[in-house]
Design a binder for this molecule. Structure first.
Ligand SMILES: Cc1cc2nc3c(=O)[nH]c(=O)nc-3n(C[C@H](O)[C@H](O)[C@H](O)COP(=O)(O)O)c2cc1C
Length: 355
């Protein structure tokens, strides 16, 4: 019997050789030049060599003003940064996989001193409730973004998109998940604005719409534009960012009217029913869109990958891809595999090269 997991999937002109890919994972390895350590770049190439259908980069920071949230994050804004990533995309392609670059602005998930211009900006002057694990201190109360700030942020996304395309990526993903800036606009949890960018779902969606409209003209028709969404954020993790399935589906419908090529849904656990329904996040999303869907969250072996494909077109794996260089061949062989815990993911931030 042919396996769906190991059958190709095509989005526009881009074909993934199978349905399993490397989820975006921040590694915090870059120094002052905002270029990841060589072994961190090699890690992505190794995953392509070992059979992944698609390989995501870590979240790439979109400007030098306020976009960075963690030490050692990368940018693709100058020629040296483009050159470093060009080698990675060439090698990923040569090894048969699709290269996808995730780009992000952290919004309020920042702290004093992390950005060269030392600003923390967000839709509204509201900080997350929990402390920042990076500093052990409360997150600073962000400055509410002005129209000037919004234009500057959009410009950062546009300039980064130019870098991503120059570096040869097959696609770019806007990080609209996990409580970072675009996610902050989408949810009432961080967006308390009373202007045209706050209130109704349509209003909260407006800034994301402007970003999509600004970047799309810089992405050739044969490359992809994706978005990643989630109902949870890295800070205050227990908070549901959307009130119910209807609100989530309203957002998905707004995304579906855009010139985007796929939606990636990030969950803690793909198999869990969501929003008090008997459907998974992927199932609820699929009911609201015809776009190709990617799903992630505790997909670690053949059984979970195949189960996840019942409601999605492609599956992504994070920690299992990080910790097991042979994940794809192990899955193909139907090997018994273990689910990794979050504490094991700390290996992502060590200076020791991963196999
Ligand atoms: C070390 C590490 C870094 C991560 N960095 C990002 C990131 O930059 N962008 C993102 O969207 N998700 C990030 N994630 C979340 C993963 O993409 C994925 O959604 C999560 O690990 C759940 O999938 P898993 O159960 O297969 O690990 C990160 C996860 C880990 C473990």
């Amino acid at each position: 019997m042919t396996s769906l997991l190991f059958s190709p999937f095509t989005i526009k002109e881009i074909t993934c050789r199978n349905r399993i890919g490397v989820a975006p994972m921040t590694r915090m390895s870059a120094s002052g030049d905002s270029i990841p350590r060589e072994d961190v770049l090699q890690f992505l190439i190794t995953r392509a060599k070992n059979g992944a259908g698609m390989v995501y980069t870590e979240a790439i920071v979109t400007d030098y003003e306020s976009a960075q949230g963690y030490p050692g994050q990368a940018r693709i804004l100058n020629q040296n940064q483009v050159d470093a990533w060009k080698n990675v995309t060439d090698e990923i392609r040569r090894n048969g996989a699709v290269s996808l670059c995730q780009v992000f602005h952290c919004g309020r998930m920042a702290y004093d001193g992390i950005n060269p211009a030392n600003r923390v900006i967000a839709p509204s002057p509201v900080a997350p409730m929990q402390e920042n694990p990076m500093t052990g201190a409360p997150y600073p109360v962000p400055e509410q973004m002005s129209r000037f700030d919004m234009n500057h942020v959009i410009n950062g996304f546009v300039e980064t998109t130019k870098g991503v395309i120059a570096a040869g990526f097959d696609g770019l993903e806007l990080h609209c998940a996990h409580g970072y800036l675009l996610s902050q606009f989408l949810s009432t949890y961080a967006n308390r604005r009373t202007d045209a960018y706050g209130g109704s779902m349509e209003n909260r969606y407006r800034f994301v719409h402007e970003v999509i409209q600004a970047v799309r003209p810089h992405i050739p028709d044969d490359r992809l534009l994706l978005v990643r969404v989630s109902n949870w954020g890295i800070a205050d993790m227990e908070v549901s960012l959307f009130s119910d399935a209807a609100e989530w589906q309203k957002m998905i419908q707004l995304f579906s009217q855009e010139p985007i090529d796929a939606i990636s849904v990030s969950t803690y656990d793909f198999s869990q029913p969501a929003f008090g329904t008997d459907k998974t996040m992927a199932g609820i999303t699929r009911d609201a869109t015809d776009l190709p869907l990617l799903i992630c969250g505790k997909i670690f072996d053949k059984k979970t990958a195949e189960q996840a494909l019942q409601d999605a077109d492609l599956v992504l794996s994070g920690k299992s891809m990080l910790l097991n260089p042979d994940l794809v061949s192990d899955i193909a062989a139907g090997r018994k595999l273990a689910l990794y815990g979050s504490e094991e993911a700390g290996v992502a931030y060590t200076a020791t090269p991963l196999p």
